[in-house]
Design a protein around this ligand. Structure first.
Ligand code: ATP
Ligand code: MG
Length: 607
């Protein structure tokens, strides 16, 4: 294919509104362009990578007997009302009305539609299990669309759904898809990890996310260096630490420590002084957070019945996802500082779990759910904010002093923590980009929507479901986040838009042109995908720059200087190694290079 006729407009400058590498490089390589916030044109090069990845997905799912269908993007509100998600799903769901005033939404996901299809078509246990999927455009009105294809509003997803007669078969189907996903990402040729994840608002008992490892990833992952335990830090179980020994318990000493003007915890701890103490260890001090949860309906600011107090060791960080799950809230957010200060009656830095007299906290004490991190179970003689500006209590004993405290794991696990699964290894930290997720849904949708089958005794049962997503466009971007250098993209072979970039370095020279044309034909005849840069009026340097930017795995070069000695060149984009060879040897050399690249991938186990 001749580059002079292709829609490939490269840019030298980094576009102003491009925040991450994949977005910058895809825009500079002329692969995508922005139409509106979070909405992109997929230009021909991008579409080729997308289609190649989809093909891998289709082939691997076909091996497990999954069937492809295509559901509408526009979905009627009634289905979402049936499942209960019409009111539950937030503003990410783009809702609108048609000319008859009927309500619709743009599908952010398709549980409702697929459940409707299956309930209308499947009646008997003999037809189960069934696994259906589509590759389709999704719309989520993300609050902050950013990072190009990584977090768009419109994006392409593979979403699959499985239907089973019972829990055990749903588990089997779950692991079948888990393994299919491992094959898919291994074939893609990227470093990835399946990680245990939080099941969030969809509900359900178990779920894994698949992450492409990349420094720019939005998610933190902790992985044990000894066993298989790998999880999203949102969910990672923290090892329970023994309560530190702070001596014989003594009664609460209200407002014992005065640290005027000191807000930060380390400064305060160092300044906690009395007759016996000159500063305290950080594990003897606690910190306090006030969250607001929502349960059945949205909660209003200032409603104390929705408050959740959390107490942790001062050297630990809170994990809001664990807090949310511990209290079973639909959403959870930190209470704004000003609101918390009014509620507690003191300045931030001095707030604590024991209400001060005459404050709204004292009035509503019984309504505030109080969680204490499990590493403080049994701890005594702690400090806590006194809810009086400048002061901390001493001798705080959570089990004794709090009203109905719940001791549970609410802290963020950290790199270096002892793995609670095996008790031997320690956590290592990675950054990851979530490219896929497998989810066991159970009967949430089938029960709500009457998706039932008849068993062998003629009895009706709800089907047990699983759902499985892969962000197709995000995956292509994530592959770039992991594979690039200062000059541009370094495509994994499997999803490179083309495999060989053939550069004619002297298009004005008929001899060079003839050899380049010949190589293009021969390489294409051998099954390789070739872009032939036949553009006139461009220096070799400009062509090299474009080729590096576009990042196809192999670059073949024909120039008059080389041809004088009877040679052309082949360069590997990743290793930068160059071979000089006779034009007749090019096809074999390209085949050899491909085999080497694919072999290296196998050795790494696709990583
Ligand atoms: P995230 O936590 O990143 O918002 P999610 O967990 O809400 O994603 P899922 O509902 O699990 O997303 O959707 C399946 C897959 O679709 C995700 O694993 C991700 O790869 C992709 N995806 C989700 N949201 C977006 C988006 N805004 N832009 C591009 N891809 C997305
Ligand atoms: Mg997800």
């Amino acid at each position: 294919m001749k580059q002079s006729k292709m829609l490939i407009q490269t840019l030298r400058e980094v576009p102003k509104d491009a925040d991450v590498v994949s977005q910058q490089l895809m825009m500079r390589a002329g692969m995508i362009q922005k139409l509106a916030a979070g909405i992109y044109d997929y230009l021909p090069l991008a579409l080729r990578s997308i289609r190649k990845f989809e093909q891998i997905v289709r082939e691997e799912l076909a091996r497990d007997g999954c069937q492809e269908l295509l559901m509408p993007t526009v979905q009627p509100a009634e289905l979402w009302q049936e499942s209960g998600r019409w009111s539950f799903y937030g503003k990410e769901l783009l809702r609108f009305k048609d000319r008859k005033n009927a309500e619709f939404c743009l599908g952010p996901t398709h549980e409702e539609v697929i459940t409707d299809i299956v309930r209308r078509n499947v009646r008997s246990y003999k037809q189960l299990p069934m696994n259906l999927f589509q590759v389709q455009t999704k719309f989520r009105d993300e609050i902050r669309p950013r990072f190009g294809l990584m977090r768009g509003r419109e994006f392409i997803m593979k979403d699959g759904y499985s239907f089973h007669v019972d829990d055990a078969d749903a588990d089997r189907g779950y692991w079948e898809m888990f393994n299919a996903y491992k094959r898919i990402f291994a074939r893609l040729g990227v470093k990835f990890r399946p990680v245990e994840a939080d099941s969030g608002a969809i509900g359900g008992s178990f779920t894994h996310e698949f992450h492409v490892l990349a420094g720019s990833g939005e998610d933190g992952i902790l992985s044990c260096d000894s066993c298989d335990y790998t999880s999203n830090v949102e969910k990672t179980q923290a090892p329970r630490l023994a309560a530190p020994d702070h001596g014989e318990a003594f009664p609460l000493k209200p407002r014992h420590f005065a640290t005027p003007g000191l807000i930060s915890t380390p400064e305060q701890i160092a300044a906690f002084k009395d007759d016996v103490h000159d500063g305290l260890p950080s594990h003897q001090a606690t910190k306090f957070y006030l969250f607001r949860g929502s349960w059945e309906q949205e909660s209003e600011p200032g409603d104390p019945t929705k408050y959740v107090g959390v107490v942790l060791r001062s050297d630990h960080e809170v994990n809001p996802v664990k807090v949310k799950n511990a209290v079973g809230a639909g959403t959870l957010e930190l209470v704004e500082v000003a609101e918390a200060e009014v509620f507690c009656g003191a300045k931030s830095g001095f707030l604590g779990p024991l209400p001060a007299d005459g404050t709204p906290f004292a009035t509503h004490r019984a309504a505030v759910r109080m969680l204490v991190d499990v590493s403080l179970e049994g701890a005594v003689n702690l400090t806590c904010g006194a809810n009086a500006t400048d002061f901390h209590h001493f001798g705080f004993n959570p089990a004794r002093d709090l009203l109905k405290p719940v001791f549970t794991d609410v802290r963020l696990a950290q790199e270096g923590d002892l793995c609670p699964r095996c008790g031997k290894g320690h956590f290592q930290a990675f950054r990851g980009i979530e490219v896929g997720q497998v989810f066991k849904l159970g009967t949430k949708y089938s029960k709500a929507m009457g998706c039932v089958y008849l068993d062998e005794h003629g009895k009706e049962n709800p089907m047990v479901m699983g759902c499985y997503g892969i962000g197709v466009t995000r995956t292509v971007a994530a592959a770039i986040e992991q594979n690039f250098d200062a000059d541009g993209i370094i495509w994994p072979w499997a999803i490179a838009p083309y495999q060989v970039h053939l550069l004619d370095l002297d298009p004005g020279n008929p001899e060079v042109r003839a050899v380049a044309d010949r190589l293009e034909q021969d390489l294409e005849a051998a099954g390789f995908e070739v872009v032939h840069d036949d553009r006139e009026g461009l220096s070799p340097g400009a062509k090299f720059k474009d080729a590096d930017l576009l990042g196809f795995p192999l670059r073949a070069m024909v120039g008059s200087k080389g041809l004088k000695d009877g040679v052309v060149e082949l360069k590997d984009r990743r290793t930068k190694e160059v071979q000089k060879l006779k034009p007749e040897a090019m096809v074999a050399a390209v085949a050899e290079a491909r085999d080497r690249i694919l072999k290296e991938l196998e050795v790494q186990g696709g990583r």
